[in-house]
Design a protein around this ligand. Structure first.
Ligand code: PMP
Length: 419
């Protein structure tokens, strides 16, 4: 039974473990959009490592590049020393991603995870502006360390840990106050009210689509207005593209659809490709006011990740990959609309863009669907503060067959929940 299967984890691992409870089996192998457990069951992956597997499991070209690098005794760990693998990543990232988009950013390696990138962005913004406060948004998610948590709009995640919130303010995200209310007006009124003791924020940190917060999509007009607000009040604009970057919303950077130009960009998850830990922080060159060693960390030089990250950039050499994502996104939208229409009593609301879509449901239903999906061999996670959104987040490389098989299982689950 299950208990026997997972007894080592139950006995030895902290109670904090979570995904192994949602998906209670022991995984062994993975390829593309599929996972196999030790009992031989096959699962379709509509979760993609929470956005770390945009190119799928064991992507063949990255795997080859890794094997070759390892065979040649390539340096694996190097702190922030100069290596060939890092040089290739920096060069190709500049040539393939930044230059064609007319972007000029310096690249920082803040540590292995998305949270590290967020921390570096918050610190840099405070250092450069000489201000203290960071503005973030309702339902935002930026990470698990104290600083990132202070700008995260989720009480449960704070775990009663006494997070210092005195220099963080939370403002209503686009749509939070109702469809017809422009939250930017509210925000501007607040920001300019220095007479009542409000101190101007150093920066605003925003996800263009809130992933963990329930797939809330900011409109392009709102993002453009937010950028203007930042310029008016000398606040730096930080886009947290940890989850939505690397193609999840259809373009390499999630903010491309709005044309805004963030001062600082946080990236991780799929930047390394292959699921290997890596993060980068992009900053406009004039903001690069760090002194050497002012922000460091042992694991900034994961050369295995640099090798796969460089290989991942091949997907972005032409517009073909973007076109493929757009076609799959249309398919997902059609499939979700079909489910919403075929089951009116489900009372579902479509959410999302690109390959970050889902259905918002009455509380409890999304979690039930996620459980049923697991039993049918489909890995789907929920999102939202109350886990109210069932999330479709496959690898961007999934084929039509995978999408169709996944949606067939998804619909079976909805059918069961409704009957
Ligand atoms: N920012 C966003 C938008 C995220 O979705 C996440 C992870 N879900 C993080 C930051 C934190 O990244 P990590 O878990 O790699 O520290």
């Amino acid at each position: 039974g299950l208990n026997h299967e997972l007894h080592v984890f139950e006995a030895l691992e902290s109670e904090v473990r979570s995904y192994c409870r949602s998906f209670p089996t022991k995984f062994q192998k993975a390829s593309g959009y599929q996972l196999w457990d030790t009992k031989g069951s096959v699962y379709i992956d509509f979760f993609a490592g929470a956005g770390a597997l945009n190119y799928g499991h064991n992507e063949p070209r990255m795997k080859q590049a890794l094997i070759q690098y390892l065979s040649g005794n390539g340096v694996a760990h190097s702190l922030d020393m100069a290596t060939e693998a890092k040089e290739r990543f920096l060069t190709d990232f500049n040539e393939i991603i930044l230059k064609p988009r007319n972007m000029n950013y310096k690249v920082m390696f803040p540590g292995p995870t998305g949270t590290n990138s967020v921390e570096s962005a918050l610190k840099l913004a405070r250092k450069v502006t000489g201000r203290q406060t960071i503005m973030s948004f309702t339902n935002a998610f930026h990470g698990m360390t104290l600083g990132a948590l202070a700008v995260t709009g989720n009480k449960f995640k704070r775990a009663g840990a006494g997070v210092p919130l005195n220099h963080a303010i939370s403002m209503p995200f686009d749509g939070y106050m109702g469809k017809d209310i422009n939250t930017l007006e509210f925000i501007e009124n607040y920001v300019k009210d220095s007479g009542s003791g409000v101190s101007l924020p150093a920066a605003v940190i925003v996800e263009t689509v809130q992933g963990e917060g329930g797939i809330n999509v900011a409109s392009t007009a709102w993002l453009q207005g937010l950028e203007q607000l930042c310029r008016r009040y000398g606040m730096l604009l930080i886009v947290d593209d940890v989850q939505m970057g690397c193609g999840r919303t259809g373009s390499f950077f999630s903010f491309e659809r709005s044309g805004i130009q963030p001062d600082i960009v946080c990236m991780s998850k799929s930047i390394g490709g292959y699921g290997l830990p890596m993060a980068i922080t992009l900053m406009k060159p004039e903001l690069d006011q760090w002194s050497p060693g002012e922000h460091n960390g042992t694991f900034r030089g994961n050369n295995l990740a640099f090798v796969t990250a460089t290989e991942a950039l091949r997907y972005w050499e032409s517009s073909q990959f973007m076109e493929e994502i757009a076609a799959k996104a249309d398919k997902v939208k059609t499939a979700l609309d079909h489910i919403i229409q075929a089951y009116p009593e489900l009372d579902g609301e479509h959410r999302g863009i690109g390959l970050m879509q889902g259905i918002a449901l009455e509380q409890g239903k999304a979690e039930r669907i996620s459980q049923l999906a697991f039993e049918k061999g489909l890995i789907m996670e929920t999102s939202g503060t109350n886990s109210e959104v069932i999330k479709v987040m496959p690898p961007l490389t999934i084929d039509n067959e995978g999408l169709e098989a996944g949606f067939q299982r998804f619909e079976e689950c909805v059918n069961e929940v409704m009957s």
